[in-house]
Design a protein around this ligand. Sequence first.
Ligand code: HEC
Length: 148
Amino acid sequence: MKGFNAAIIATGFLISATGMALAQDATAPDPVKGKQVFNQCLACHRIGPDAKALVGPPLTNVIGRKAGSVDGFAYSPLLKAAGDAGLVWSDAEIVEYLVNPSNYLKKYLTDHGKADAATGASKMVYMLANEGQRKNVVAYVATFSTAK
Ligand code: HEC
């Protein structure tokens, strides 16, 4: 009976330890894991000191940057309008944006009294459903931004 109790206690401990590890995973974004996710962004974006525009704008120093403000990049009117309405990229904003860029920008404009500008679509035709991956990739992106 003693051994049985010990087994139950040990199992309980394992379950709670796993729960803690999972909870930590959900709250602490990991830039190392995010580097892997960024391979998907590389289809269109570059990041780093010499990054140039590709299909998408360079993401160097994107945290703290006004949305749609890289000189010479032909943004969609939707993204431009969101920047003019006050959207400045923070970690949290990009994590939400990646769920569905067009919907995110339309909601931003509507919430900021610019429903008339909430038409058309973002040029970014990419979405990332997985929240953990979104947080990790943004943590990676943030390592290339001086304003964090
Ligand atoms: C299929 C190409 C493509 C992929 C893949 C892609 N993007 Fe984009 N991204 C774009 C384009 C194009 C824009 C400009 C959108 C617009 O003008 O509406 C953009 C804009 C952005 C912006 C806004 C930048 C600014 O200057 O305002 C951020 C942030 C961003 N992308 C992050 C990401 C991240 C992070 C990933 C990967 C998880 C990613 N993108 C994957 C094409 C892409």
